[in-house]
Design a protein around this ligand. Sequence first.
Ligand code: 5GP
Length: 113
Amino acid sequence: MKTLFQKIIDREIPAKLVHEDDLCIAIHDINPQAPMHVLVIPKKLIARVAEATIADRATLGHLLLTAAALAKKLGVAESGFRIVINNGQDGGETVPHLHVHLLGQRPLGWPPG
Ligand code: 5GP
């Protein structure tokens, strides 16, 4: 059974694509929590960061570097941005396919809700 994000990667469900390379895609979130809300998603299925292994270290690093590069490309590198990974029920995870949230273009409160 494919995850929702696997279906987006395989172009079975449409999404607004921001970036794609051999390891990941980045799309605009369908329900943005900030004026800029992008999801960076590995093509390899890792359910959540807690399930990642040492074999995934290059992928995990690539997700963060891609998010930072997209922050620059989308114009929030100077104003600031937030990178979030939700893990499990209390973490607010709803899609069991690892993804990095990149949020910006508004001041973000701390601590998060
Ligand atoms: P999570 O809660 O698992 O950390 O994040 C899942 C994110 O996926 C949410 O921010 C949600 O709005 C987003 N999302 C859910 N379904 C879709 C969809 O079909 N398309 C896109 N682009 N984003 C989605």
